[in-house]
Ligand binder design. Sequence first.
Ligand code: GCB
Length: 646
Amino acid sequence: FTFKTFFAMKSLCCVSLFCYVTFTLLFYEIRDVAGILYPQESESREVKDISGRWRFRTDNSSSRDAGFTQRWWERGLEESGPVIDMPVPASYNDITQEKNIRDFVGWVWYETNFFLPKSWNNANTRVWLRVGSAHYYSMVWVNGVKVMEHEGGHLPFESDVTTRLQYVTTNRVTIAVNNTLTPNTLPPGKINHYMGRDDYPEGYFTQEYQFDFFNYAGIHRPVKLYTTPLVRTSEIATTYDVTTDHASATVHYVINITDGAERRRLFANYNVTVVLQSANGDVINKTTGGEGDIIVTNPRLWWPVGMSEDVGYLYTLVVYAGVFGMNAPTNTDIYRLKIGIRSVSVDSSIKINGRPFYVIGVGKHEDWDVRGKGFDWSMVVKDFNLLDWLGANAFRTSHYPYAEEIMQMCDERGIVVVDECPAVGMRSADNFVNKTLTHHLNVIGELVTRDRNHPSVIMWSVANEPSSQLPQAANYFKTVLDRVRELDPTRPATFVCNAGYDSDVATAFVDVVCVNKYEGWYDDAGRVEVIRKRLSYFLNKWYEKRGKPIIHMEWGAGVISGFHSDPSLMYTEEYLCDVMREHFQTFDSLRAGSNPILAGEMIWNFADFATAQATTRAYGNRKGLFTRHRQPKSPAFVIRERYRTL
Ligand code: GCB
């Protein structure tokens, strides 16, 4: 199955009115999902980052609702109780020496103040408040007035706060965040109450979840204010066609222009000019209108690491949007979107620009010491340098969407991304109900509209290791995967499966079969000698079942850095090296030959990471190639040798 762009399909269907109507509806549906463009400066936009040291308090009341009953947002937080310093962005869990804060469940309150430049106070300027992400449910007030609520971590949310701001004095922003997970959140979880138990302290409860990483919480990504003109570009969607000889490409674009009344209008009311520039700013081509095509002859295609000398080439799409008749530069909104021209398709293999692409990557986490899941440029750049050192060409945003800045770096560095939804730990039947499904579809909408312009994203993953053997999983995942393809028909979609090949009912709807299996670890622990045979049997069974290319998404073994043994023993550095060599034999036999069934391998995990406390987790998950402090364990050198050779 080849993923042609729907734009191409639309023009093919022009002859048939029926088809035209069908695709036009699709076209409008894309517009109905509010995408949030990354805030950036331009001649018409300013950005003010208000991250930093905020005031913070956990709501320790037994029902965690004191903040609401006492209306903490109405005054400075200091006036309603004690506060502590809290960095933003950062998870709050590891910042203090308090166990209560590390393991806190419920509402926490953040607050800061900011001044605004007087120049922002004019009739043609709108000011937006944007939270890069907060885990999990957020409410935001500006100067005591509620401006937005958002459900779900890992994705940005914003609101027009123009009318809430003050220019003669300081402004106050209050953000309440609740990390409680329920059977219908993504990821799901549940609260266990120990009511009526004489053997537990009174009122005791715990947060339980079925995923293997610490439930870090707080404001995880920067909080920014930014300005736009009244009429602004609010969404851009691009797709590409590349000719088979690579001699020409078409950039299809759809732009949404939003006016001051926040009504979405036909772009016919506005004057839209779109200019495609090369990386060094030369104009390649330009056109006008809110939707259209830009032809690029002899395009410099976007290639991932290892497929070309010319890795991660990005053009810039400059969008000028203004109102007809008042086209003075001050009224024109200017937004620059970096794009990479490439195609993705799947038949017997994954193809980028028509050429087979073999995934050699890692599963990752946004996880660092002290800051938890808080965005930190030092850690992000370090991780990219380590990916480069390994020679990896891909990673999966296991198990939730990563920061936009990380996606931008993937585009630039030619690192392919399998972009994952935070649907991890859907293990029980009460996770597969309409309430979860509705939220899942919303999250998919937010994820696809946020990330659809990143050339690095070659596949959507809608979940990790759901109980896909449950009968209700079939319809559930068909619905979710249909929705992804509806929003983005240009990329394959999948979920990552650990159900048995004989019991799973939902991989029928994926484009690439992605499986997790830990031979020599969870299966046949300590018996490296059976890995080759067992792994090969398993992957062949999957291929027999679905006949689709397979990515072995997770495999590996726990290693405590500095543990050694010969012959190897589980948890030693030598053990993972042995496990790797056995896996490589099978991978090589299945990725080559006349019928290659394997499209890629991703080891679990890039680095050690924090988890909930458990008897099977010694200071977190130790399957990292690198320690949590990003120092290599010896298996990292074995992977490096392989990835750099492949
Ligand atoms: C898995 C999960 C991942 C865990 C890993 C492990 O299958 O997808 O989240 O961390 O196994 O190490 O157990």
